[in-house]
Ligand binder design. Structure first.
Ligand code: HH2
Length: 407
């Protein structure tokens, strides 16, 4: 065959499983498939607050590994005092980083171990969550968490489900539509919402929980910042506590969750719901959210919550401007560094309205763009109002993913 007639194409899929399948089909032996898969997988690691001498050592070591490090242009002259460094190498080279940094000063030996641990965490996000008496399985597909607000004032469905029989009916309908979790809330946390007393909140959700307890085939989640509400809901069968304050609002919350062995959704929020949208500011929203969630989940583990019961959430719309929400969605995969399943609650939120001009009930299609990005980034739970449409979207998305990996 003349050389200009070789059939050639540029392979753009970066999915490691899909690449491995292609290599196997090309007759590459299994050892070679694994080695080449890791060579094809470029990892980029960002490290903040690095002193100039450490940055220079990192540059040298990465170059000697066959990778590279992007450092501040003045690092070579010993300035600035602290800067951000990006390490870039394929995964095979990163495997040798701990050994390269083992004897180095400036805390680099520990850094090498940390990078190896975080890369492994990002590779293998947990595919189950511990709940009382069992596990919530996230391996089969990303789960839809259906929203049920038993409130008069929620931004999208406020007032629709105040009647307990109607609310319980909606929960059952959401399960039939494909919800893998039902999230019940008795307090609106929309921007500017007035707080509700735990008594009032419980009076709203209790009759619904009583009607559903033991009758739903999927776990119930309670969306609350109050430990009294959480405790009562757990007694009525709730398996997950979804607390938009990251379990900070009520000091007794972590203890209640830990003692019950319930799962906890730990969400990031700057400020509180009544003040959060006044003037949210970040230097780097993604780094700050990842950093905060890392510290908060460490604290909660120290308070007795099982790491296997923790789910993290960037808190779309909670103390964030449009550009902050978009950055978090664009880089949602970076939350995998934390090593916990990721939940995203983008549904019908104001950022979609500000891009489309639509009212909450008309924001589903805009939300699908956010959903696609979340799924691609590795989010395993999505909290939505439009359950049927989201479940259908995930079914098709997942079939395409699988076709890439095994087809
Ligand atoms: N968003 C809302 C409420 N709870 N929980 C988690 N984990 N993540 C979220 O993004 C999230 C949440 C706000 O939405 P909604 O419940 O629809 O409205 P309201 O707070 O007005 O009841």
């Amino acid at each position: 065959m003349p050389h200009d007639r070789y059939p050639v194409r540029i392979v753009t899929t970066r999915d490691p499983a899909a690449l491995a399948r292609r290599l196997a089909a090309a007759g590459v032996d299994p050892y070679g498939v694994e080695a080449i898969r890791r060579k094809a997988e470029i990892a980029i690691v960002r490290i903040d607050g690095v002193g100039a001498p450490a940055a220079n050592v990192l540059k040298q070591q990465l170059l000697s590994l066959g990778g590279d490090a992007a450092v501040h242009r003045d690092a070579i002259r010993g300035a600035p005092e602290r800067s951000t460094v990006y390490l870039v190498a394929d995964r095979r080279r990163f495997d040798r980083l701990p050994e390269k940094l083992a004897g180095q000063p400036f805390g680099l030996a520990a850094l090498g171990e940390t990078v190896a641990r975080l890369l492994a965490a990002a590779d293998r996000p947990p595919l189950s969550v511990r709940i009382p008496g069992g596990e919530l399985d996230l391996s089969a597909r990303p789960l839809v968490m259906g929203i049920l607000n038993v409130t008069p004032d929620s931004f999208s469905d406020g007032g629709a489900w105040l009647d307990p029989d109607r609310a319980a009916g909606r929960a059952r309908a959401m399960v039939a539509e494909g919800a893998g979790i039902v999230d019940i809330g008795g307090e609106s946390t929309r921007p500017g919402a007035a707080p509700v007393s735990p008594e009032e909140e419980l009076a709203r959700v209790r009759p619904v929980l009583e009607r559903l307890a033991g009758t739903l085939p999927v776990p119930l989640s309670i969306d609350t910042r109050s430990s009294a509400v959480a405790r009562a809901a757990i007694d009525l069968g709730a398996a997950i506590v979804n607390d938009v304050s990251g379990l900070r609002h009520d000091p007794a919350m972590a203890g209640v969750v830990a003692r019950a062995g319930a799962a906890a959704v730990v969400m990031h929020m700057q400020g509180t719901p009544d003040t959060m949208q006044r003037d949210p500011r970040y230097e780097d929203v993604v780094s700050e959210v990842v950093d905060w969630l890392g510290r908060r989940t460490d604290e909660l583990r120290a308070e007795g919550i099982d790491a296997r019961s923790i789910i993290v959430d960037p808190g779309i719309g909670f103390g964030k401007r449009l550009e902050h929400n978009l950055a978090l969605l664009a880089e949602i995969g970076d939350l995998r560094t934390l090593g916990f399943p990721i939940l995203v609650g983008h549904s019908r939120k104001a950022f979609i309205g500000s891009l489309t001009g639509r009212e909450p009930a008309e924001r589903a299609s805009g939300g699908f763009a956010a959903l696609a990005r979340c799924l691609a980034g590795g989010a395993r739970i999505v909290r939505v109002h439009d359950v049927r449409e989201t479940a259908d979207f995930i079914a098709v998305w997942q079939a395409i993913e699988r076709a890439g990996a095994s087809g």
